[in-house]
Design a protein around this ligand. Structure first.
Ligand code: EPU
Length: 417
């Protein structure tokens, strides 16, 4: 899929933020842990949800999707092994289905999860924990074989070597129904994890958080529940940074969960842009050029890694220089290749990104991954002429109705092929 984007110097209009991609996917997998119905509201219309639906159907979950109501109803039938391994390769969140299968204690085989390949994305923490649950895991020709042995009913204390969102959620799934207590130290407390904990506790789980330690006391069974998917903090942050990137803007962003965005809001203030918050609505008014920032993307509540690539591009239009470091994924830098194509002044050295004010040339950009795709939209808008973006389908994995939302801001963006 290829799109064409025209440059623009002033944007105005309103966008409404959808349900969170990185929250809905693990919430859907919670349905593997109860025999009762799980109802999810505020479901985003994105392709990752479609892949997750196919994967869950493949392993024995029945699903009704009401697109009008933005609602999913999921019910576990008999859980069986994955038939279509290709589905695992399509998204990163398929690692959660592997966790769900381990929680159901069945033997199965899998391949490595796919998703955005902006960096080496190992799954060793997940596998280490599954081994503690007495799963024997063998790997042959990139196929992973999971074989259960006698289950572990001892107390387990597991210290994550690094705060991992995915591994924390998988430990939660595989611990809530255990016969004993599980303690996760150095757990990830990203908002997505907090939302999964909220939902599992509503389903009858016993999960408590003490600083960055999570205590899980196993329960006999979980019940069904109805849960609203939180609004997507990364989608909201993407549109906010877009409004900061163009020369002038007056944009209203609705349905924003500001609690989870405090560092992003702080960054926008540091850029020197006027931001006003009223309940769940944010108004960004940019009248003057932005200043550069010195920013470290890290674990919540710090600036999110998922907005690092987009901030890099926003800073190209700042009058002073910026330095950005990504502590979670230091090599998440596919946007740099695209910035260089457009003659942007950017340098990557010692895991730091240095950015200077640049006049951007139009180009044929390539969306290497989801957030690089959004960064390419901003690059195209800043450019001196019409640009194109290839591989745009990757952006549809995580941004609902993106063409309509950008058009509502008066941006001229069209599908070419
Ligand atoms: N890590 C390991 N081994 C593991 C797991 C993680 O070394 O077994 C390392 C990673 O290499 C990384 C760090 O731990 O350096 C954190 O990775 P994490 O496990 O938290 O990432 P993830 O669960 O694979 C999710 C999101 C990503 C987001 C990261 C960080 C989903 C489906 N993906 O990935 O989202 O960047 O957390 O917050 O929820 C995106 O939306 O564009 C995206 C890539």
């Amino acid at each position: 899929m290829k799109i064409k984007v025209e440059p623009i110097k002033f944007i105005n209009g309103t966008v409404t933020i959808s349900g969170s991609k990185n929250t809905i996917l693990p919430l859907m997998v919670c349905s593997m842990l109860s025999k009762e119905e799980v109802v999810l509201n505020n479901v985003p219309k994105i392709s990752d949800v479609e892949v997750m639906k196919s994967l869950l159907k493949d392993i024995g979950i029945t699903i009704k999707h009401d697109y009008e109501k933005k609602q999913l109803i999921l019910k576990k039938e008999k859980i069986k092994k994955v038939n279509n391994l290709d589905l695992i390769k399509k998204i990163r969140a398929s690692i959660y289905v592997i966790g769900g299968l381990v929680a159901n204690r069945i033997n199965f085989k899998s391949c490595y999860p796919g998703g955005c390949s902006f960096s080496d994305r190992p799954i060793n923490y997940h596998l280490d924990f599954f081994k503690k649950l007495k799963y024997k895991i063998t790997i042959k020709n990139n196929v992973l074989y999971f074989k259960k042995t006698k289950s572990n009913s001892q107390l387990i204390k597991y210290t994550l070597p690094q705060k991992s969102l995915g591994a924390t959620i998988n430990i939660l799934y595989t611990s809530v129904l255990r016969k004993n207590t599980t303690i996760i130290e150095n757990a990830s407390l990203e908002p997505e994890v907090l939302e999964v904990i909220k939902m599992l506790n509503l389903m009858g789980a016993y999960i408590k958080i003490y600083n960055d330690t999570i205590l899980i006391k196993g329960v006999r069974k979980l019940k069904g529940t109805e849960f609203n998917v939180v609004s997507d903090r990364i989608e909201a942050g993407s549109y906010m940074l877009l409004a900061c990137a163009v020369d002038k803007s007056d944009v209203i962003i609705k349905n924003v969960d500001c609690i989870y965005l405090s560092e992003v809001i702080e960054t926008i203030k540091q850029l020197g842009v006027n931001i006003k918050i009223h309940e769940n609505n944010v108004r960004i008014v940019k009248e003057y050029p932005t200043k550069g920032v010195n920013k470290k993307a890290s674990y919540y509540p710090m600036f999110p890694t998922d907005l690092q690539q987009i901030l890099t591009v926003t800073c190209l239009n700042s009058i002073t220089s910026s330095v950005i470091v990504d502590e979670v994924y230091p090599e998440r830098i596919s946007q740099i290749k695209e910035i260089k194509k457009a003659n942007g002044k950017v340098m990557y050295k010692d895991k730091k990104i240095y950015i200077n004010h640049s006049n951007i040339n139009s180009s044929n950009f390539y969306a290497h991954d989801l957030r690089c795709g959004f960064a390419c939209i901003i690059l195209s808008i800043l450019a001196d002429n019409v640009s194109t973006i290839e591989n745009f389908e990757i952006v549809l994995r995580g941004y609902e109705d993106i063409l309509d939302k950008l058009t509502a801001l008066k941006i001229k963006i069209n599908l070419v092929e």
